[in-house]
Design a protein around this ligand. Structure first.
Ligand code: DGL
Length: 257
């Protein structure tokens, strides 16, 4: 029988998945968590699919070997590369993936221009194309490759003229007009959300972490796996870079609003 007090394993290619962890802790403060950021191998989004799959499986299996009761793939890129494989291999484990929040953006802006910022790899995958197909008649969906932003977040550069210039360049590359809404299709991007809002003159920004955390909670409830403890749970942060500054950055991001 699964131990209800066991931690939830959460992983990302780097520090970005902390945006999902933050939301998980907000919705389920009584749970214990192990977060693994693979910053030594970030970014994933510019690597070949097979490599992303291998890297993601190593991290997922490490967390499973630590006895986690559920797994959250807190990375859109790793989700498109391996969530199906993980679900086939561990059919009894609740496994949550991340998907760009195209549905809520489309529902709020029917017929509008919706820019979806994500890594090249996420935008190339059949999973994303299926999502586009589902909503393409309801709004004008514009994929915007934005991998450059991952490295800004990895080094903790969340507010700088160089960041704003890069966002401007990324938007100019794909958009002719200002979008009606922006979807953050990469878990690193919520940490540069303010800069994106400023450059795009757009405050209607959608982030998939709230929906993913809610889905995780629903799965745990359905399987009767919620931690019954009343006190707040523990959060263990691990990072493959072995860099203490990276771990400190993760804690700062976790506490950020
Ligand atoms: N955080 C990851 C995502 O949500 C991508 C970062 C990377 O390219 O490594 O897609």
């Amino acid at each position: 029988m699964t131990d209800k007090t066991a931690p939830i394993g959460v992983f990302d290619s780097g520090v970005g998945g902390i945006s999902v962890l933050r939301e998980l802790v907000r919705q389920m403060p009584g749970e214990n968590y192990i977060f693994y950021g693979d910053s030594a191998n970030a970014p994933y989004g510019t690597r070949p699919l097979e490599e992303i799959r291998e890297l993601s499986m190593v991290v997922a299996e490490y967390l499973i070997s630590r006895g986690v009761k559920a797994l959250v793939v807190a990375c859109n890129t790793a989700t498109s590369a391996c969530v199906r494989i993980l679900r086939n291999k561990y059919p009894d484990m609740p496994i949550v993936g991340l998907e760009p929040a195209v549905k809520p953006a489309t529902l709020s802006h029917p017929g509008g221009n919706i820019a979806i910022l994500a890594t090249e790899m996420t935008l190339k995958q059949p999973k994303f194309n299926a999502l586009m197909d589902r909503y393409k008649d309801q709004a004008h969906l514009i994929p915007v490759p934005a991998s450059e932003l991952v490295e800004f977040v990895e080094r903790g550069e969340l507010d700088s003229p160089r960041l704003e210039a890069t966002i401007q360049m990324i938007l100019n590359r794909s958009l002719d007009t200002a979008p009606d809404a922006i979807v953050l299709g990469c878990t690193h991007f919520p940490f540069v959300r303010k800069a994106i809002e400023k450059v795009a003159h757009q405050s209607d920004v959608f982030d998939g972490s709230e929906g993913a955390a809610h889905y995780c909670k629903t799965l745990l409830e359905e399987k009767d796996l919620c931690n019954p403890a009343e006190a707040d749970g523990d959060v263990e942060i691990m990072n493959s870079s072995g860099d203490v500054d990276k771990i400190m950055l993760c804690f700062e991001l976790l506490d950020s609003e």
